[in-house]
Design a protein. Structure first.
Length: 168
């Protein structure tokens, strides 16, 4: 396990872009690593070898630091158009596919109140980080509406932001 962490730390120093958190799954893996390192530390303390305890503490510190960095990357304030360059490099992620809705397309503007059927939970984008969308504020969700993406206040039904032609 120590070799894996050392290689991850080395990769993070060589290519910082590789070490950034891509999704909630990566944060979950980081938390699992922290738990595993904590178990290793307890085992080393039971055995009583000072050197193993010191190494285990350092591994635990590195795991926690990596988790904090990934969390900070995920919560970083994104500019409105940070997703454009990423979309050009990952066209398949933004492919429209066979997406259909039981209602016809409407071109929404910010400030408009829409019906709950347009922003139902089945249309929510659960992991906006995956698409490099800015994080939604409290009581707001990114919602897919055909090729567009809407930021909707789901308590009031008000459109807060619209990104047209987000999907190909």
């Amino acid at each position: 396990m120590r070799k894996l962490i050392v290689s991850l730390v080395m990769a993070a120093t060589i290519a910082p872009g590789v070490a950034s958190a891509q999704s909630a799954a990566e944060l979950r893996r980081d938390r699992q690593d922290i738990r595993e390192q904590h178990r290793d530390l307890r085992d080393a303390q039971r055995r009583g070898d000072r050197r193993d305890v010191r190494d285990a503490r350092q591994d635990l510190r590195e795991s926690r630091r990596e988790y904090r960095e990934d969390l900070r990357d995920r919560d970083r304030r994104w500019a409105r158009d940070d997703w454009r360059a990423y979309r050009n490099q990952n066209r398949s992620l933004y492919a429209r596919g066979q997406w259909r809705a039981p209602f016809r397309y409407n071109q929404w503007r910010p400030g408009v109140r829409i019906a709950p059927s347009y922003y139902a939970q089945r249309y929510w984008i659960n992991d906006p980080w995956r698409y490099r969308l800015p994080p939604a504020r409290a009581n707001a969700r990114w919602v897919r509406h055909y090729n567009d993406v809407l930021l909707v206040d789901y308590r009031r039904g008000v459109v807060l932001d619209v990104i047209p032609n987000f999907y190909w």
